[in-house]
Design a binder for this molecule. Structure first.
Ligand code: TRP
Length: 437
C-alpha cells in the first residue's frame, strides 16, 4: 500500500500554477469557446462568461484548491476527510466524470494532432469537409485517439514533478506565445474588422435568453476544469504556505485571457474569408472545417499559420488531458494502493476503450460533452459550493495559511452559500431539460 508514502509535491510555485493553468487552458478555450460564442450572440456571451467566471467559477476554484491542499488527497479522500463517508461518494462521481470526459476529450485531441501533422507535412486539403469526415470517423479516428492517450499516459507515469510539472513548464509558455502570435497575425488580414465587430459588439438581446446563461456557466466550469476534482487533485500536491486566493485568481484570469485572445485570432480569420455562415453548423464546425478552409485558401502563409494554430491546440489539449488522467490515477494510487505506473497504464487503457464510441460517432461525442459539461460538472460544482458553504466546519481556517490578512474571505463563503448555488441550480435544471427535450 502506498497510503503512507510521502505525498509527491510540486517542485515550485510556478510549476503548480502552470500545471493548473495548463489544465484549464485546452480545447475548451478554442474549440468550445469559439463555437459557443458564435452561437450565443458574440460579445454578449463573452461578457456573461467573464462575469460567471469571476463570480461563480472563481469561488468554486478556490474551494477546490482549499479542499485539496488541506486534505492532501484526491477528491474521494479529501471529501471523506472533511465531510465523512456520505460526501466521499461525491468524490466517486468526480472520478467517474474524469473517465467520461477524458474518453471523448482524447478523441478530439487525436483529431487535433492529426490536423497539426497533416498541415505540417502536406498542407491543408482543399476539401475541408471531406477531410474532416475522414479524420473524425472510422478506424483512423480510433487510432489517433489511442495514440493521444498513449502520450498522456507516458506523461502521467512520469509523476507530478517529472511528468506533469515539467510538461507544463515547457508547453504552457509555448502556447501563450503561439496564441498571442496568431492574434497579432490576424490583425493584418483584410476583412478582419467584421470578425472583431461580431466578436466584440454586444447583441444585448442575447443576455435575456436563458440558454445563453446556461451555455456560459457550463463553459466556465468546463474551461476552468471545475466540478470534478481536477483542481483539487493538483492542489493536493501543494505545500501549506501557498496564497490560494491569489493563485485561483491567476488561474481564472489566465484561462479567460487565453480564450479571449484565441477569439481575437479565430473570428477575424473566419470573417476575413466570409465563412461565418458555416460556424454555427455543428459543435466541431468552426474549428475543424471552417478554419482549415480558411487556411487552405491562404496558400503558404495559411499552411504555416494553420500548423501553428493546431500545434497550439495539441499543446492545450495535452496539458488538460493529463490533469483528467491524474484525477483517476491519484484515486487508484491512494484508494487501491496501486503504483502510479500501473494506475496510469491500466486506467488510461480503459479510457482509451471507453472513447471508442465517441471516435465512431459525432452524435455520441456531442451528447457526452453536453452531459459532462452542462450536467455533471455543474452538479459537481453545486455540491462543492454547498459543501464548503454550509457543511464544512471551518473553511476559512483552511484558506488562511499563506494568505493571512485577506479581507474578502467572508465574501467568498457568502458567494458559495447563496449566489453560486442559485445560479448553478437554475443552470442544472435547464441543462437537464435541454438534454432530454
Ligand atoms: N479545462 C480543459 C479545457 O478547457 C478541459 C479539462 C481539463 C477539464 N480538466 C478538466 C474539464 C476537468 C472539466 C474537468 O479544455
Amino acid at each position: 500500500m502506498n497510503q503512507d508514502a510521502p505525498r509527491e509535491e510540486w517542485a515550485s510555485r510556478s510549476g503548480f500554477l502552470l500545471a493548473a493553468v495548463g489544465s484549464a487552458v485546452g480545447l475548451g478555450n478554442m474549440w468550445r469557446f469559439s463555437y459557443l460564442t458564435a452561437e450565443n450572440g458574440g460579445a454578449a456571451f463573452l461578457v456573461l462568461y467573464l462575469g460567471i467566471t469571476l463570480l461563480v467559477g472563481l469561488p468554486v476554484l478556490l474551494a477546490e484548491f482549499v479542499l485539496g491542499r488541506g486534505a492532501r488527497r484526491g477528491p474521494i479522500g479529501a471529501l471523506a476527510h472533511y465531510g465523512g463517508r456520505g460526501w466521499a461518494s461525491l468524490g466517486w462521481l468526480f472520478v467517474g466524470t474524469g473517465f467520461l470526459i477524458l474518453s471523448y476529450y482524447s478523441v478530439i485531441s487525436g483529431w487535433t494532432l492529426r490536423y497539426a501533422l497533416t498541415a505540417l507535412v502536406r498542407g491543408f486539403p482543399a476539401d475541408a469537409g471531406a477531410f474532416f469526415e475522414s479524420v473524425a470517423t472510422g478506424p483512423a479516428s480510433i487510432a489517433w485517439h489511442v495514440g493521444f492517450m498513449a502520450i498522456s499516459i507516458a506523461i502521467v507515469r512520469g509523476g507530478v514533478k517529472r511528468g506533469i510539472e515539467r510538461t507544463a513548464l515547457v508547453l504552457m509558455p509555448l502556447l501563450f506565445v503561439l496564441v498571442v502570435g496568431l492574434a497579432l497575425y490576424a490583425t493584418t488580414l483584410d476583412g478582419a474588422r467584421a470578425g472583431y465587430r461580431f466578436y466584440l459588439e454586444a447583441d444585448l438581446g442575447a443576455l435575456t435568453d436563458p440558454k445563453v446563461l446556461q451555455a456560459a456557466a457550463g463553459q466556465a466550469f468546463f474551461s476552468l476544469s471545475l466540478g470534478m476534482g481536477a483542481m483539487m487533485t493538483y492542489a493536493s500536491y501543494l505545500g501549506q504556505n501557498e496564497h490560494l486566493p491569489n493563485e485561483s485568481l491567476v488561474v481564472a484570469i489566465a484561462d479567460f485571457g487565453v480564450a479571449f485572445v484565441a477569439g481575437l485570432a479565430v473570428f477575424p480569420l473566419i470573417f476575413a474569408l466570409g465563412l461565418q455562415a458555416d460556424v454555427g453548423e455543428s459543435t466541431v464546425g468552426a474549428l475543424f472545417i471552417t478554419l482549415p478552409k480558411t487556411f487552405a485558401s491562404m496558400g503558404g502563409a495559411g499552411r504555416l499559420v494553420g500548423t501553428l494554430f493546431f500545434v497550439a491546440l495539441v499543446v492545450g489539449a495535452l496539458t488538460s488531458a493529463i490533469s483528467l488522467l491524474e484525477v483517476v490515477v491519484a484515486a487508484a494510487v491512494s484508494g487501491l494502493g496501486w503504483s502510479r505506473h500501473r494506475a496510469a497504464t491500466l486506467l488510461g487503457a480503459v479510457i482509451a476503450v471507453l472513447g471508442i464510441p465517441s471516435a465512431l460517432s459525432l452524435d455520441t461525442l456531442g451528447f457526452l460533452d453536453q452531459l459532462a459539461g452542462n450536467v455533471f460538472l455543474v452538479f459537481g460544482g453545486l455540491m462543492l459550493a454547498l459543501f464548503v458553504g454550509w457543511a464544512m466546519r471551518d473553511p476559512m481556517a483552511e484558506v488562511r495559511p499563506g494568505a493571512e490578512g485577506v479581507a474578502w474571505f467572508g465574501l467568498w463563503r457568502w458567494l458559495l452559500r447563496i449566489p453560486v448555488p442559485i445560479v448553478l441550480a437554475v443552470v442544472l435544471v435547464q441543462s437537464l431539460r435541454a438534454l432530454f427535450e
